[in-house]
Design a protein around this ligand. Structure first.
Ligand code: MBD
Ligand code: FE
Length: 285
């Protein structure tokens, strides 16, 4: 078997990896959803679809195109991608609209738990010849009452300069550009990483087929993914974005919020950029 590289990346590989990851994440089969709630929600969804068919006079050709496409979404393992791109942002809004601390954003399909953890200050795992612009990401984690949260954990994961995520595109070291970081006794963290590229969702799978058929674009703006946690506080899942990215205003995943834009400065080290971004966590209710 020849060694795989990122040139061998495909929709089905990243999609099936995301599907496997979801199955392993312990989110399946442990939800308590009552018969009444399923009746209500599934009933509403089916009625909404029927209303569209009747109002838009959907033909058998269109119905069969939908059926074939839904089959392909499963074959390509792209249900996590499809749902996270086009639906998760609303679920995230509902889940977090009570918060007074930081705005969050969607997790997306490419989180992997249990990345290697280091004490801050630290450098995220990357290849010796990792390409791109160095990025120093630093800040402080506090509670909504302003008190610092010593030992808060910041998990960071993001794409590389070519737009690939380790463990979802072949040919990358397992934990490349993924890691956990423990803030110091004042809640401060300091992480050296590399600026990610804008991300185009795979074009050669079912989601790409829909995007092409509808004449949409497949881009997400460049982003950092984060989970910030501290005992007694709600887990914050967020993404942070780079001002000036052409897709900040038309993210395919509708996951950009003004509060999540970074204020980048030239790095004091002289290499690349640096940014300070503080996190405020809500207490557990
Ligand atoms: C991503 O990198 C992502 O963050 C989301 C939400 C969907 C697809 C790819
Ligand atoms: Fe992402």
């Amino acid at each position: 078997m020849p060694v795989e590289t990122t040139a061998d990346a495909s929709a089905a590989k990243s999609g099936n990896a995301a599907t496997d990851r979801f199955r392993e994440a312990g989110k399946v089969g442990n939800a308590e959803v009552s018969v009444e709630r399923v009746d209500h929600l599934a009933g509403k969804l089916i009625k909404a679809a029927n209303d569209i068919v009747l109002a838009e006079r959907v033909s058998y050709d269109e119905f069969n195109a939908l059926k074939a496409w839904l089959i392909k979404v499963g074959e390509d393992g792209e249900w996590p991608l499809f749902l996270d791109v086009w639906l998760e942002h609303s679920v995230e809004d509902v889940a977090t609209d009570h918060r007074e601390g930081n705005k969050g954003s969607i997790e997306g399909p490419y989180y992997v738990p249990d990345a290697p953890v280091q004490d801050s200050p630290a450098k995220i795992q990357m290849r010796d010849d990792e390409k791109g612009t160095p990025l120093l990401f630093q800040g402080q984690v506090t509670g909504t009452d302003g008190s610092p949260l010593p030992g808060a954990k910041i998990e960071l994961w993001h794409a590389d300069e070519a737009g690939f995520y380790s463990q979802f595109a072949p040919g990358l070291p397992e934990w490349n550009l993924r890691g956990g970081f423990i803030a110091d006794e004042a809640g401060n963290f300091h992480i050296d990483t590399m600026q990610p590229a804008p991300y185009q969702i795979p074009t050669d799978g079912a989601c790409g087929q829909l995007i092409a058929a509808a004449g949409w674009h497949a881009w997400r703006p460049a982003h950092l993914h984060l989970k910030v946690s501290a005992p007694g506080h709600e887990l914050l899942t967020a993404q942070l974005y780079f001002p000036g990215d052409p897709h900040n205003d038309d993210d395919i995943a509708t996951a950009v919020k003004p509060e999540l834009l970074l204020d980048l400065q030239p790095a004091e080290s002289g290499e690349g950029q640096q940014v300070t971004y503080d996190f405020v966590l809500d207490p557990v209710q």
